[in-house]
Design a protein around this ligand. Structure first.
Ligand SMILES: CC(C)(COP(=O)(O)OP(=O)(O)OC[C@H]1O[C@@H](n2cnc3c(N)ncnc32)[C@H](O)[C@@H]1OP(=O)(O)O)[C@@H](O)C(=O)NCCC(=O)NCCS
Length: 154
């Protein structure tokens, strides 16, 4: 199911058969530098299952990011429910396949998710949980109009 369209991208719901293509993003060590570890195949499948569950439960989750030019999965971007200091927040998250970094893809997708969040989810704010040293992710958030709100330990 298609959720969002930007000039260069389609955001659509993941399907179980996206696992192989998604592994190119979230099984990559450099991409997952700020996570516990790159995901193995079962971790990628569990990631997709988690998002299928989120679509059913919340109506949104991380969506598959597909450039119109190639039709090939370029990563994910979307809106997930997070517990932050005991409060329910909606997070904009993104991961882009490393060979596509630096083309403004994450920024373009994140903006569309921001607009979707404010228009359809009726939230007061959206957040992104970012390790302070993750400069590219901070830039995407800044470009998305975000400012530092608070430090949290997770
Ligand atoms: C964060 C990420 C999604 C950005 O994807 P992207 O498509 O390359 O991002 P964009 O091209 O839209 O913009 C990246 C911004 O970061 C900047 N940037 C890129 N590498 C950088 C670096 N090493 N140091 C500082 N800024 C950097 C770019 O210049 C750009 O900023 P600008 O618009 O001011 O020039 C990508 O780097 C990624 O997948 N990282 C690993 C996963 C991750 O950390 N996700 C976020 C979890 S919070």
């Amino acid at each position: 199911m298609k959720i969002l369209e930007t000039p260069r991208l389609i955001l659509r719901e993941f399907r179980p058969d996206h696992a192989e293509a998604l592994a190119l993003t979230i099984s990559d060590a450099e991409t997952m530098l700020y996570y516990r570890a790159p995901l193995d195949r079962s971790g990628v499948e569990a990631w997709i299952s988690r998002n299928l569950h989120r679509y059913r439960e919340h109506g949104h989750g991380l969506w598959a990011m597909i450039p119109k030019s190639s039709g090939e999965l370029a990563g994910d971007c979307g809106l997930t429910v997070q517990d932050v200091d005991g409060q329910r927040e909606i997070e904009i998250g993104y991961h882009v396949r490393r060979n596509l970094w630096g083309q403004g893809i994450a920024t373009e997708a994140a903006r569309a998710c921001r607009d979707y969040g404010f228009e359809y989810l009726h939230v007061e704010r959206l957040i992104s949980l970012i390790r302070p040293e993750n400069l590219p992710s901070r830039r995407v958030a800044e470009e998305n109009g975000m400012t530092v709100w608070k430090d949290v330990i997770r």
